[in-house]
Design a binder for this molecule. Structure first.
Ligand code: PPS
Length: 284
């Protein structure tokens, strides 16, 4: 059966569990609160990883919550129908996720102290992860060949729109005291140091042992075994169990997938689209 997407103000979204009404409500009516924490990412950039880290920080390293509550229950995606309903009933302080580009984020953000953590990842690795995920996740269009998906990805004709626009839109929040950004690569290079920085941003004080526990339970291996985070509880009509959500969890896997020509093409588009950005990324 071929999958169709929903188009909302020029951006594509999956059909299942999404609607114009919910997207509109999130953008224009959803009231953020001062003690909210929202994990914002472009898809395949480390969303579940950050969601796990944040939940573990809130519980001071105790994994009981992350091991007993599915990631979409403990940190709902506010732009989905079910996620929004869950967020509306969530007793504060709330932990939430979203992939929406900045223009669809709750307008109330600008009047609150709600904290946003924005995670970015090398877009070449995002591309590969997105491609592999599209092969197994049944609410997404089948991606065709990697060459075809490369074109689709670079043109922004994928769910949640262009990676470039997402990053540029969100980084305009840079400098606000309630906005923190980090990359997947930094989490990889120094998870402990990253957790410390995140704690500082959130105003949470953890002991050294509690910090160790966060780092331990947020490791790729531990998360791969956690059925509340590894998508294994999803039914077969949503995810093909032949593939894995927790696929490789490394930086630079794009080198195993992109040809020299595809890489050069990517670089050309990247340079053109990111021209004028006054920020250096770990992959630059
Ligand atoms: S989604 O579907 O958009 O919510 O996916 P998202 O969680 O953003 O990204 C999935 C990729 O993150 C990797 N991942 C991790 N890497 C390292 N360490 C940990 N703990 C971790 N948890 C998730 C996951 O494996 C996906 O990347 P790839 O490259 O496909 O392995």
């Amino acid at each position: 059966l071929s999958v169709e997407y929903l188009s909302y103000n020029g951006i594509l979204f999956p059909q299942a569990d999404y609607s114009r009404e919910t997207l509109n409500q999130v953008e224009n009516e959803f009231q953020l609160l001062d003690d909210d924490i929202i994990n914002v990412t472009y898809p395949k950039s480390g969303t579940i990883w950050m969601a796990e880290i944040l939940a573990l920080i809130l519980k001071k390293g105790d994994p009981t919550w992350t091991q007993s509550s599915a990631v979409w229950d403990r940190s709902p995606w506010i732009e989905t129908n079910n996620g929004l309903q869950r967020a509306l009933k969530y007793p504060p302080p709330r932990l939430m996720n979203t992939h929406v580009p900045f223009q669809f984020f709750p307008k109330t953000f600008l009047q609150t102290k709600a904290k946003v953590i924005y995670v970015m990842r090398n877009p070449k690795d995002v591309l590969v992860s997105f491609y592999c995920f599209s092969l197994i996740f049944k609410t997404l269009k089948t991606p065709g060949s990697l060459q075809e998906f490369l074109e689709t990805f670079l043109s922004g004709n994928v769910i949640y729109g262009s990676w470039f626009d997402h990053v540029k839109g969100w980084l305009e929040m840079k400098g606000r005291p309630n906005f923190f950004y980090i990359t997947y690569e930094e989490l990889q290079q120094d998870l402990r140091g990253s957790v410390e920085k995140i704690c500082q941003f959130l105003g949470k004080e953890l002991s050294s042992q509690q910090m160790d526990a966060v780092v331990e339970h947020a490791s790729f291996q531990k998360m791969k075994e956690n059925k509340m985070s590894n998508f294994s509880v999803l039914p077969d009509d949503i995810i093909d169990k032949k593939g894995k959500f927790m696929r490789k969890g490394i930086s630079g896997d794009w080198k195993n997938h992109l040809t020299v020509a595809q890489n050069e093409y990517f670089d050309r588009v990247y340079q053109e689209k990111m021209r004028g950005m006054d920020i250096t990324f770990p992959w630059d």
